[in-house]
Write a protein that binds this ligand. Sequence first.
Ligand code: SF4
Length: 186
Amino acid sequence: MIREEGQIPEVNKLVTLAKEAGFTYAAPLAMDALEFRSEVRDMCSADSCKSYGRSWSCPPAVGSIECAAERAGAYSSGIIVQTMGTLDGSFDMKGTAAIMQQHKKSFDTLVRQIRHFYPDCLPMGAGTCRLCRACTYPDRPCRHPDRMVSSMEAYGLLVSDVAIRSGLKYNYGENTMCFTSCILTD
Ligand code: SF4
């Protein structure tokens, strides 16, 4: 894709950029679907992902739901991206990890590209921040506060609802796994 230096792409061009980065699906983000829910934070505190209280990017360190809503409320557009893959049965942990790894790789690429146009964009990823081999939480400050990425769930977003209201699916059927992230641009 050829772009002039400094040219700001429309959201549909960002969707094309996302597909070039390797995502299976991408769409303009339905901004009215960004509802910041305390019950999603409650799910975080159940710690099923083993990240609660272990990273600066996750609750409780990431801040209150009100702060999350205020930060995201400064934006009026964005895109939502998904990596979907097939699994060899419902206990295919290796397959799940490979799809997650592909999602993170595509997301890192896309965020790097979008920051070229929107330096103040707000990425919301899937899962906890993995920029560092081991997070410094809670003993030392975050090593990369400008590049740290919190998950959509850490912002209190119900990912399935945001995906569906943005015109995508959340569940792509039996023996599939799908990871979802979004980037608020301006
Ligand atoms: S950038 Fe490093 S220190 Fe900061 S939240 Fe991510 S993993 Fe933790």
